[in-house]
Write a protein that binds this ligand. Structure first.
Ligand code: F6P
Length: 364
C-alpha cells in the first residue's frame, strides 16, 4: 500500500475540509493508495508520539460544508523553525527537517500534499529541495498568492465582508454617520476591493494605494454637502496612509513570527478627525469572522478541483509543484513561481478601474 500524507498549515480558511474530502474521494479510485493526515500541520509528524489519522471515506463524509479543518492547523513553528523556549523565556526556531524526513520514510509516506498559504508553500519548496515528494495546494482568504488566479476561501470571505457592509449601510443612513469596516488583507486588498464593489461602499482603502486623510475628508464632506448624509468605508487591515504608517498590535502568542494586524479602523477614525471631519463615525473590525463558516458553493467547487488535481499530480509524480487555477483550467505550476512574489491588487488593473467607474474613492 502506498501512502499520501495530507497537511493543513497556516491560518485556517473556508474550504479546507472540502479539499481534504476531494483528495480522499479521488484516492479511493486507486486500489493501492491510502490517505493519512498529520494533526496541526507538520506538528503531528514532529511530535512524540506521532499524531496522524487515517483519512478514509467515513472520516471525510459530509465535511465539505464545514468550515475550519478536521486536521487542525498552526501558523507557528514547522519543521525548519520548531519553537524551543530559551532559558531567558524567549523562543528560538530549531531546524528539525532532516529528522522529519526520516520519520516520513519510517511511516511509509510516499508523497505529501501541503495545503497552505505563502509560508506553508515556502516550507513545501524547502522540503522538496531536500528530496521530499511534495505538492502544494494554495490556501488563503487574502488571495495574495501568485501563480493562481484565485485561492479557495477568498469568495467566502468576500461574501462575509459584503454582508457586513450591507448591514452597516442601513445603520449609517439612519444615523447620518460614517461607518468604517475593517476587513482582513495583510499585504493585498482583494477582500476590501471586492466587498466594496459588491456592497457599494463609498470608500475603499487598500495596502497597494496609500490614502491621504485630508483628501478623504474633502471627498466625504463633498458627499455630505450634497445632502447624502452617510458614507461607508471599507479598509483592509494592512492599509497605509501616505505617511507610510501601519497599525500593529502587540502579540501575546508564544513564538508567533508575524506581526499582529487589526485595529487600523481606529487609527483611520483619529486621522479623519484630526483632518477636520466633524460627522459622527463608528468602526467595526470584522476579524476572524471572515475565516470561519461554511464555504460558498464556488469555494467548495474550487477546493474540490484542487484536491482531485493534487492527488492526480501525486499519481503522475509531478512533485515540487503547486496546484493552480488558471481560468478555466486547474493546472500545476512550480512552487517557486508561487512563492516568488505576492499577488497584489494592481492600481491600474481592470477591477480597480471598475471601482473608480462606480465612484469608489481610494483616498488618493
Ligand atoms: O493570512 C491570512 C490572514 O487572514 C491575514 O489577513 C491576517 O492578518 C492573519 O491571517 C491573521 O492570522 P491569525 O490571527 O490567525 O494569526
Amino acid at each position: 500500500m502506498k501512502r499520501v500524507l495530507v497537511v493543513t498549515g497556516g491560518g485556517d480558511c473556508p474550504g479546507l475540509n472540502a479539499v481534504i474530502r476531494a483528495i480522499v474521494k479521488r484516492a479511493m479510485h486507486e486500489k493501492d493508495w491510502e490517505v493519512v493526515g498529520s494533526i496541526q500541520a507538520f506538528d503531528g509528524i514532529l511530535r512524540e508520539p506521532t499524531e496522524i489519522v487515517i483519512l478514509d471515506n467515513k472520516a471525510v463524509s459530509g465535511i465539505h460544508v464545514r468550515g475550519g479543518t478536521i486536521l487542525g492547523t498552526t501558523n507557528k513553528g514547522g519543521p525548519f523553525a520548531w519553537p524551543v523556549k530559551n532559558d531567558d523565556g524567549t523562543w528560538s526556531g530549531v531546524d528539525r527537517s532532516d529528522e522529519m524526513l526520516r520519520k516520513l520514510k519510517h511511516l511509509g509516506i510516499d508523497a505529501v500534499i501541503n495545503i497552505g498559504g505563502d509560508g506553508s508553500q515556502r516550507i513545501s519548496q524547502a522540503l522538496y529541495e531536500k528530496g521530499c515528494n511534495i505538492i502544494g495546494i494554495p490556501k488563503t482568504i487574502d488571495n495574495d498568492l501568485s501563480g493562481t488566479d484565485f485561492t479557495f476561501g477568498f469568495q467566502t470571505a468576500v461574501q462575509t465582508a459584503t454582508e457586513a457592509v450591507d448591514k452597516l449601510v442601513t445603520t449609517a443612513a439612519s444615523h447620518n454617520r460614517v461607518l468604517i469596516l475593517e476587513v482582513m488583507g495583510r499585504d493585498a486588498g482583494w477582500i476590501a476591493l471586492h466587498a466594496s464593489i459588491a456592497a457599494g461602499a463609498e470608500v475603499c482603502l487598500i495596502p497597494e494605494i496609500p490614502y491621504d486623510p485630508v483628501k478623504l475628508v474633502k471627498r466625504l464632506n463633498e458627499r455630505f454637502d450634497k445632502g447624502k448624509g452617510f458614507a461607508n468605508i471599507v479598509i483592509a487591515e494592512g492599509a497605509k496612509s501616505v505617511d507610510g504608517s501601519m497599525h500593529f498590535r502587540e502579540s501575546t502568542d508564544k513564538s508567533y513570527a508575524n506581526k499582529h494586524l487589526g485595529g487600523v479602523a481606529y487609527k483611520l477614525m483619529k486621522e479623519l478627525k484630526d483632518a477636520g471631519l466633524e460627522v459622527d463615525m463608528r468602526e467595526t473590525v470584522l476579524g476572524h469572522l471572515q475565516r470561519g463558516g461554511m464555504p460558498t458553493a464556488n469555494d467548495r467547487i474550487l477546493a474540490a478541483q484542487f484536491g482531485v488535481k493534487a492527488f492526480e499530480m501525486v499519481l503522475e509524480k509531478d512533485f515540487g509543484k503547486m496546484v493552480a487555477y488558471h481560468h478555466p483550467n486547474v493546472i500545476s505550476v512550480p512552487l517557486v513561481e508561487a512563492i516568488g512574489k505576492y499577488n497584489y491588487v494592481l492600481p491600474d488593473s481592470d477591477i480597480v478601474r471598475t471601482a473608480y467607474g462606480l465612484g469608489i474613492c481610494f483616498g488618493n
